[in-house]
Each structure stands twice: as structure tokens, then as C-alpha cells.
Design a protein around this ligand. Structure first.
Ligand code: EPU
Length: 430
């Protein structure tokens, strides 16, 4: 297994290109199940999760043809008999659940292993199942698998929110399933995330009739058949936010290119409140310091609120702010695995229920830390950029799930960072 080694204390300066969105890629790739014609996706990031989804689709009888140096993928159904996403895959990546809706709608059957809990919380799938049932599917759980079957699905009205708000992949699943259902489906309390909107745009290119994108009510008029399409993914807003935080913690000046500031309004607003100047540019933005880092009280929320996927990275930044901050996690109330590791770097954070109290310190000091999940690893890398001495972030396979060439991109900005084999870590903990 590899680790990332960072020598802290070097300002980031320069330009960084943002990759295509991982969380848009996964449901969009799964949507290829809905048609017998080729679906071509451009601007795919080279990430473990994307490759895992390609493997799942292969196993589901879909040919995967990579081109343009691995950034374009053409998916063509060759065999529509397989209907199973096994536990071995689902445990590698919970995003595999997004094959459920497409399989059920197109192949009338889906067997998808139930994802277990994970380090960021319980992550149930009850809303996905409720949505499928509402569309007319019968759902059983047998030996750890969800076994779903249906004739042609039937449009209906579905209220899709749970105790922590709407569900992103649940909305994606219902939208895909309803696209081929008979009649009209209305999803109330739908997720508004840009990734959900991007999926709807692809489905509409394939012949679906979806309206209300980006609002809490999505209307889907079912069609008999979907056809092939070509689609370019939106930029990864969480990768962009992560580079904003990385630039800001070092006090450097960095230009982010190929991104959409409009998808990051809450992040930009929160950065500005802690004295980071963000100047919008036609194709991205410039991030630079605007005084001393100030503390901040903030809470995560579904889009357009502050994204849970940026909570750890902003917390890393607040560890060195002048004063005390309170971070409240409202989407995954237990998503604080990074706290203990940030404290190993000298941060002063304690948690109280779903809040973390962050007392800003003068400086952090490098140490060996363990990445527990994707965004926690990003937070540790950000902290390592300013920690005195050397920080080693272990188990970096987490970071490879969601950040394309992170050490290369940071190195090009002037960070002293490299990847090396970690003899202390052997088997990947899943
Ligand atoms: N929830 C339920 N029941 C369900 C589904 C969700 O109660 O059936 C709850 C969850 O426990 C959570 C909330 O609803 O409290 C929102 O979860 P959601 O379903 O929206 O999460 P997801 O769709 O499984 C996606 C992203 C996550 C991101 C969340 C929230 C992908 C592949 N994953 O997950 O991304 O945190 O939305 O924005 O799109 C990441 O990229 O690091 C990541 C974890």
C-alpha cells in the first residue's frame, strides 16, 4: 500500500485544472444500462471508483471501450441477461447501488448486495427501496441481497426525503427507473445536487422527458425506449473546493480552471467569511488570502447548502484560524473520523454529538496519520501542507477513489509532496 509524504510550509501558487465529477460519473455510467445503444461519456476522471463502476457494468454485460487517453468511455449493452451486482463490488464502492434503478427499469430484475455501514455513518438505502416499490417493484432482501423485480414500472408520486433530507443516489435511482416507466412520476423533495442535474441532462439526451432539474420537484414522463447519447461530465465541485482549501491554508494564490463557481456558492461564501478572497473568472476562480484566517460556525446541508463532502477540508482550514469554530454535520452526523487524526497533527478539536468544536492553534506539526475515508484523507493532506516538518498520510487508496493525480497537481502548485510505498501497511482495509 502507498502513503503520501508531505513536507509542510510551502505556499501553493499557480494554476490547477479540475477534473470531471466522480459523483456525476457513477450514476451516469449506470444509466447506460437503460439503452441498447452506445452511451459515450467524456471527461471521465481516472479514479478507482470510476474503474470499479466500469467493472460492474462489464459484469452486467456492457462493453466498456476507453478512448482519448482514458478520459472517454463508450458503454454498449452486449448482453442484457445479467442482473446482479455482488457484495464483492458493493463493498468496494457504495455508489454501486445506482445500478438498481436502471436494471429494474430495463431488465425487470435487479439483485444488488445491501451496502453495509461505513466509516461516515449508517448509510441506509430504505429510500431507494421505497422509491422502487412506489413504482411497482416487489422488493425482498435475501442473504444480504436486495432482490427487486417488476413488470413495466408505473409512474406515481413519491416523497423521497429521509430524516437528514433528500437522497442524492436515491433520486438518481428513481429518476432512471421512472424514465422508462408508464406514465408520469413526480419526485417530491428530490435532491437538487448538480450531479443529479447532470444525470437528468444525460437522460434527456437519451430521449427521457424530465423537467424541474435543480428544484425539489422533478417530473418524469416515462417513455417506451431510450437511445444512445454523448455526454461530457460537469467539473468536480468537491475537488475544486478541496483545492480552494489547500491554497487557502498555505496563504498562496491559486487559479482553478475548468470549474463552475455556480456549483460552489456555499463553499465560496464560507471561504469569503473566513477571509479568503475568491475572484470569479470565466472558466473558474482565483483563490488568495484576504487577511488573517477567521473562525466560522457552519453546518452542512443538502445542496445548495454547504456540502458534507467539504466538511473535513474546511475543518482542516479552521484548525489554524484565529479563534474557535463550530462545525455541525447534518447530513452524516457521525462523519468525524478525521478529528482524531487532525488532533495528531496538533489541532485542538473535540466533538459533541454531531458538532465539532475547533479551537484554532498557531501551527500544526507533521506526524503519521491514517486516512479513514476519501474526504478525511483530503483534509489530512490539506493540514499536512502547513504542518511543521513531515506528515505521512497512510492508506491513500481512499484518496485515489476520488482525487485524480492529487500529488501531481499539488506538486505543480509548489507543494513538497510525493507518494511512496508504505512497508508498514500491507492489506487494504475495506
Ligand atoms: N439516507 C437515508 N435513506 C436512504 C438514503 C439516504 O436515510 O435510503 C440518508 C443518509 O444516511 C444521509 C442522507 O440521507 O443522512 C443523504 O444521503 P444520500 O443518499 O444523499 O447519499 P448518497 O447518495 O449515498 C452521495 C455521494 C456522497 C455524498 C452524499 C451527500 C455519490 C457516489 N455519493 O451519497 O459522496 O456525501 O451524496 O451529498 O454520489 C463522497 O464523495 O465522499 C461521498 C460520500
Amino acid at each position: 500500500m502507498d502513503k503520501i509524504v508531505i513536507e509542510g510550509g510551502h505556499k501553493l501558487n499557480g494554476v490547477v485544472e479540475i477534473s470531471g465529477s466522480k459523483n456525476a460519473a457513477l450514476p451516469i455510467m449506470a444509466a447506460a444500462i437503460l439503452t441498447d445503444e452506445p452511451v459515450t461519456i467524456r471527461r471521465l476522471p481516472n479514479l478507482t471508483d470510476v474503474r470499479t463502476m466500469a467493472t460492474i457494468l462489464n459484469e452486467l454485460g456492457i462493453e466498456t471501450l476507453w478512448s482519448d487517453g482514458g478520459t472517454t468511455l463508450t458503454l454498449t449493452t452486449k448482453n442484457s441477461a445479467p442482473c446482479t451486482a455482488p457484495y464483492e463490488r458493493v463493498r468496494e464502492m457504495r455508489g454501486s447501488i445506482c445500478v438498481l434503478g436502471p436494471l429494474l427499469a430495463k431488465r425487470q430484475k435487479a439483485v444488488v448486495a445491501m451496502p453495509g455501514g461505513c466509516v461516515i455513518g449508517l448509510r441506509p438505502i430504505d429510500l431507494h427501496l421505497m422509491g422502487m416499490r412506489a413504482l411497482g417493484a416487489s422488493i425482498d432482501t435475501e442473504h444480504g441481497d436486495v432482490v427487486a423485480a417488476a413488470g413495466r414500472l408505473k409512474g406515481t408520486e413519491i416523497f423521497l426525503a429521509g430524516p437528514n433530507g433528500p437522497t442524492v443516489l436515491g433520486t438518481a435511482n428513481v429518476m432512471c427507473a421512472a424514465a422508462l416507466a408508464e406514465g408520469r412520476t413526480i419526485i417530491k423533495e428530490a435532491a437538487c445536487e448538480p450531479e443529479v442535474q447532470d444525470l437528468a441532462r444525460l437522460l434527456n439526451k437519451m430521449g427521457a422527458k424530465i423537467s424541474g432539474l435543480g428544484s425539489k420537484q422533478i417530473t418524469i414522463d416515462g417513455v417506451d425506449k431510450l437511445h444512445g447519447a454523448v455526454h461530457e461530465l460537469i467539473p468536480d465541485r468537491i475537488e475544486a473546493g478541496t483545492y480552494m482549501a489547500a491554497a487557502a491554508i498555505t496563504g498562496g494564490s491559486v487559479e482553478l480552471r475548468n470549474m463552475r463557481c455556480g456549483d460552489l456558492d456555499a463553499v465560496v461564501d464560507h471561504m469569503q467569511r473566513i477571509n479568503i478572497r475568491i475572484t470569479k473568472l470565466p472558466d473558474g476562480c482565483r483563490v488568495e488570502p484576504d487577511g488573517e484566517l477567521a473562525p466560522l460556525n457552519f453546518a452542512t446541508a443538502p445542496y445548495p447548502g454547504f456540502p458534507t463532502d467539504m466538511q473535513a477540508q474546511l475543518m482542516a482550514l479552521l484548525t489554524v484560524a484565529k479563534g474557535t469554530s463550530v462545525v455541525t454535520e447534518k447530513v452524516y452526523p457521525d462523519r468525524f473520523m478525521h478529528v482524531a487524526e487532525l488532533n495528531r497533527l496538533g489541532a485542538k478539536i473535540h466533538t459533541q454529538g454531531s458538532s465539532a468544536i475547533v479551537e484554532g492553534v498557531e501551527s500544526l506539526s507533521g506526524a503519521k496519520v491514517i486516512a479513514s475515508d476519501l474526504r478525511a484523507s483530503a483534509a489530512l493532506v490539506i493540514a499536512g501542507l502547513v504542518a511543521r516538518g513531515t506528515t505521512e498520510v497512510k492508506r491513500v487508496y481512499h484518496i485515489d477513489r476520488g482525487y485524480e493525480r492529487i500529488e501531481e497537481k499539488l506538486c505543480a502548485l509548489g507543494a513538497r509532496i510525493h507518494r511512496e510505498h508504505d512497508p508498514e501497511e500491507t492489506a487494504p482495509a475495506k
